[in-house]
Design a protein around this ligand. Structure first.
Ligand code: BG6
Length: 253
């Protein structure tokens, strides 16, 4: 029976892979909406995938979120030379435990790697943004981030994320009116994958993803299926680590 279950997951992996034209899909059993254990399995799968692709002297950029925080929890020493962890973008208005900085430091400590953090007020006005990106210290870390070799990121439901980040009322209204369903890196997407809103911050911008070889999305749960689909409509990451419940909804449409 176990063999049957495993082969069922393999079928799902291939179907999702075909659907979004991805390089690699990993599906863990269960539904992260119902069980924290399943989210922990996503974390473990991510760590083991990372170990397979990581080389000496690589930089790994990570986002925040509860899923990424479980990736950090599962992290073990990477046994590679000069691995640097950086947050992918600013705090995006998240609580400390969900912020990329926090998770980045935790991951690096468990991996026995180095880390560098990004200190910017966040979200930030256009005017302040233009001047802060000229600060030498900010420029230096931004540069490390933009040249990351590997990106690990979460995907969230648009409204869940907007509310969690205490997004101002007018912006929230716009995300709703424009039918935002998914969110990643502070960008909000509608069903067709179009960007409907973006949080202004330093660090990784959507266009930077194109030149990064390993962009690994980690997201599961039935509730995230539409969000995952909206994000992958424009094919922005090459690896997806998800769970059975989300994968089933993704392939059934
Ligand atoms: C955030 C990331 O911190 O976590 C988002 O910046 C992502 O891009 C979100 O959507 C996912 O959070 P969670 O808690 O659902 O893993």
């Amino acid at each position: 029976q176990l063999m049957q279950e495993i082969s069922g997951l393999k079928v799902l992996e291939n179907q999702v892979k075909e659907k979004f034209q991805l390089e690699k899909v990993i599906v863990v059993p269960g539904n992260s909406d119902d069980e924290r254990r399943v989210k922990q399995e996503l974390g473990k799968a991510c760590v083991s995938y990372l170990k397979g692709v990581l080389e000496d002297n690589m930089t790994i950029a990570v986002t925040g979120g509860s899923t990424m925080s479980l990736v950090a929890e599962s992290m073990t020493p990477l046994n590679k030379k000069n691995c640097l962890f950086v947050p992918s973008r600013g705090g995006l208005g998240e609580q400390l435990e969900n912020q990329a900085n926090t998770i980045c430091a935790q991951m690096a400590n468990k991996a026995q790697g180095e880390y560098r953090l990004l200190y910017v007020p966040d979200p930030i006005s256009e005017k302040a943004y233009q001047s802060i990106i000229e600060e030498p210290a900010v420029k230096e870390i931004s540069n490390e981030i933009q040249h990351a070799d590997i990106v690990l990121h979460g995907i969230g439901e648009a409204l869940t994320m907007a509310e969690r980040r205490k997004t101002p009322e007018d912006q929230l209204k716009r995300i709703k009116e424009d039918h935002g369903v998914g969110e990643a890196f502070g960008y909000y997407f509608d069903k067709s994958g179009k960007i409907v809103h973006k949080v202004r911050t330093v660090g990784l911008q959507m266009e930077d993803l194109q030149k990064i070889k390993q962009v690994i999305a980690v997201a599961g749960g039935t509730s995230k299926a539409d969000a995952i689909e909206s994000y992958f409509k424009q094919g922005r990451s090459n690896v997806l680590i998800t769970d059975e419940a989300a994968a089933e909804k993704l392939v059934k449409g």
